[in-house]
Ligand binder design. Structure first.
Ligand SMILES: *Cc1c(COP(=O)(O)O)cnc(C)c1O
Length: 484
């Protein structure tokens, strides 16, 4: 059947099909993507998730994320938008800001928050853009020592992170013998380097940070102190680790790690009176608010992801409850139980334990390294990641495994369950050693992988462990939207 549209023939059936396309469920509309998501859902359900940066968002968070808020453009900030129709997203963003300050016990007279960063990395880059001039100096914990890429990572050969390209980066490190941050060396180097900004934040460090000491070092050098609490923001919200707010000028975070929201970021900044002149009584005010807000928009980003802001707001409401606090207490209790069980099995834990949600297992005394163990564990449905340990000679051959408890704690595992998890990991590592022994000491990763996937004997052993792991995991329901 033909009709006309702008003078041209068009097909009414096609027009009807187009309408249909907009209302079909994913399963009917795109079976390929649906099937992939279904497989991923099954992987999450049957496996043991020990990646320290991951978590399972609640059903309410995922519903907010999958809502019509995805459709709305609202460049600008509440009350000052470049678009119409923003009355409800204004309401949402203001609510999200209010909850964010409430969760961290901050007085709105002294602290403000930007909830628009698309994720943790853009949040950090926005702070550097706001506070550090091009090629200005920053100091962050080195990546191999437990810092994050965005804290200025570079190697001798290459400036890897854009942070090290557009700014001058000098890392600080952990003491290779103890695994603890070497604050004396940071102090000494800061005195020589005169950074504009010092970053207190970790992606793989199992101990609390000494924010007071770092603030003193920052003050002695006229630097800002920024905490990047991406990994621990849920623990801070529940008050189970020290809060960085007392000592920092700026605090950034992701919202999807221990905070258990959707993937996004936030930046908290001080405002109000910065200092009072003791002689004249003249007040100097913070100017961070306008610098940071304008770095986020229009400096680096366009329209805020309103569906993500809704997801953050929902997660923050949950973070204000007593049940969230008990969850975070359990995250730490589980981390300690996992560390204790691994040590009982003869493993070396960097720093000898954990104050937070993660541990770093040093495999050097076992005669293997993280890369191989990670692959064997993956084949057995245990997800974790290889990580460098203090004193590692090569970043390409990290000798440790980073294990985190937030995700499995969201599935309801308790200390006794983590004891079992430790034994599964141990079995996986023993299997790694056995394959390695069969192949001889000089084996390459490629040969190792061929053996792992091609040898019937190992296929059988891996399947036996995987079956045990999967039936154990099946006992703990997956949070989120049921039966995707
Ligand atoms: C995860 C992480 C980030 C980056 O977050 P993305 O959302 O992955 O960009 C930044 N800083 C630290 C310390 C992190 O652990």
């Amino acid at each position: 059947m033909a009709s006309t549209f702008n003078g041209e023939n068009y097909n009414v059936n096609l027009w009807e099909a187009h309408k249909n396309m907009l209302t079909q469920p994913l399963k009917d509309n795109d079976i390929e993507v649906y099937t992939i998501i279904k497989k991923e859902n099954n992987r999450q359900k049957t496996g043991l998730e020990l990646i320290a940066s991951e978590n399972f968002a609640s059903r309410a968070v995922l519903e907010a994320l999958g809502s019509c808020l995805n459709n709305k453009y609202s460049e600008g900030f509440p009350g000052q938008r470049y678009y119409g129709g923003t009355q409800f997203v204004d309401e949402l963003e203001i609510l999200c800001q209010k909850r964010a300050l409430q969760v961290y016990g901050l007085n709105p007279e002294n602290w403000g928050v930007n909830v628009q960063p698309y994720s943790g990395s853009p949040a950090n880059f926005a702070v550097y853009t706001a506070l550090v001039e091009p090629h200005g100096r920053i100091m962050g914990l080195d990546l191999p020592d437990g810092g994050h890429l965005t804290h200025g990572f570079m190697t001798e050969k290459k400036k890897v992170s854009a942070t090290s390209i557009f700014f001058e980066s000098m890392p600080y490190k952990v003491n290779p013998d103890t695994g603890y941050i070497d604050y004396d060396k940071l102090e000494e180097n800061a005195r020589l380097f005169h950074p504009k900004l010092i970053i207190a934040g970790i992606s793989c460090y199992s101990r609390n940070l000494d924010y007071a000491r770092m603030r003193k070092i920052a003050d002695d050098n006229g630097a800002y102190l920024m905490a990047d609490m991406a990994h621990i923001s849920g623990l801070v919200a529940a008050g189970v680790v020290p809060s960085p707010f007392e000592h920092c000028h700026v605090v950034t975070t992701t919202t999807h790690k221990t905070l258990r929201g959707c993937r996004a970021g936030m930046i908290f900044y001080r405002k109000g009176v910065r200092s009072v002149d003791s002689k004249t009584g003249k007040e100097t005010m913070y100017n961070l608010e306008s610098l940071i807000n304008s770095a986020v928009f229009p400096g680096l980003q366009g329209g805020p992801h309103n569906h993500a802001i809704a997801g953050i707001a929902v997660a923050l409401k949950q973070a204000l409850t007593p049940e969230f606090k008990i969850y975070q207490q359990q995250v730490i209790a589980n981390s300690r139980a996992l560390a204790a069980a691994m040590m009982e099995l003869g493993y070396h834990i960097v720093t000898g334990g954990s104050d937070n949600h993660l541990i770093l297992v040093d495999l050097r005394n076992k005669g293997t390294h993280g890369g191989r163990a990670e692959k064997v564990l993956e084949a057995c449905s245990i997800a974790c990641n290889k990580n460098t340990c203090p004193g590692d000679k090569s970043a390409l051959r990290p000798s440790g495994l980073r294990l985190g408890t937030p995700a499995l704690t969201s599935r309801g595992l308790l200390e006794k369950d983590f004891h079992k998890v430790a034994h599964f990991i141990h079995e996986g590592i023993e299997l790694t050693l056995q394959i390695q022994k069969d192949l001889g000491p000089q084996v390459t990763m490629k040969e190792f992988m061929e053996k792992l996937s091609g040898d019937v004997k190992y296929q059988g052993l891996i399947k036996a462990l995987r079956d045990k792991v999967e039936s154990f995991a099946a006992g703990f329901p997956l949070p989120g939207i049921p039966d995707f």
